[in-house]
Structures are given as structure tokens and as C-alpha cells.
Ligand binder design. Sequence first.
Ligand code: AMP
Ligand code: ZN
Length: 139
Amino acid sequence: MRDESCIFCKIIAGEIPSRKIYEDEDFQVMLDVSPATKGHALILPKKHYANLYELPEELAGKAMCLAKRMAERMTLLLGCDGFNIVQNNNEVAGQTVFHFHMHLIPRYTADENGEMIWWKAQKFSDEVLDDLAKKLAQK
Ligand code: AMP
Ligand code: ZN
């Protein structure tokens, strides 16, 4: 459950240093080396899964529960005003390290990252939206 070429696997094994802020049986949480804001951290499963598609459901559930606990604790300790949780899958979606991780990003009123989490809203016809809803709702 380790990928020899994976930087996060090396961090988990202690071969590359990190600023660890939490650890349990399944996960490590560390500060991001290139933070969007003060306190930006990453939740990593200790076993190597490339992305959300590979992550077992049980660990996905645990990761979300941990994200909630970390967000509450970090908000208390940092005094931030809000929080983004971001999780990228595959290069097209901005993933650069291919070991599943969740970004915990404390937000501050004056953090100058207003456009950090953004998308350009697009327009689709009613017909396209109706087809899409039908397709995605199929059992
Ligand atoms: P993503 O673009 O979602 O794959 O995010 C990868 C994140 O990992 C980026 O925010 C990087 O700054 C962060 N990162 C890469 N290498 C390290 C490292 N050695 N220690 C901590 N964070 C890292
Ligand atoms: Zn890995």
C-alpha cells in the first residue's frame, strides 16, 4: 500500500520531513508546504490511494469526519472566519500529487484569496439540463 515514487508515501514513512499536526491509525495531517493561507493543511491516508476513485468508501467517510473535526479545532485555535475544504482528482482538476489528500484551508476576512476557489458559471439550455438530470438520476 505504498508507491515508491510518491512523495506523500515518503512523508508518511518519515523519509521526508513534514510539519505534522495530527496522526491516527489511518491518517496524517500536515501543513501544506506552499500554503494558500495561514494554517493550510492536508489530510493524507497512510496507505497510498491515487485519488477519490481509488479510496475505499470507509476511508472516505473517515476522512470527511476528520476534516470536520480538524476544521472545528483549527477555527478555534487560529481564529479564522471560515473554511474551505478542497479535494482535487486528476490533472484536469488540478491534482499535482497523486496520493489522495484533502486540503483544509482556513479563511480570513483579509486573506486576499477571494478568488482562490472559483469557477466560471456556464449557461446550458433547458434541454441539456433536463437530459443531464435524467442521466444522473438513473438507478
Ligand atoms: P493538489 O494540487 O491538490 O494535488 O495539491 C498538492 C499539494 O501538496 C499542494 O498544495 C502542495 O503545496 C502540497 N505539497 C507538495 N509537496 C509537499 C510537501 N513535501 N509537504 C507538504 N505539502 C506539499
Ligand atoms: Zn503515496
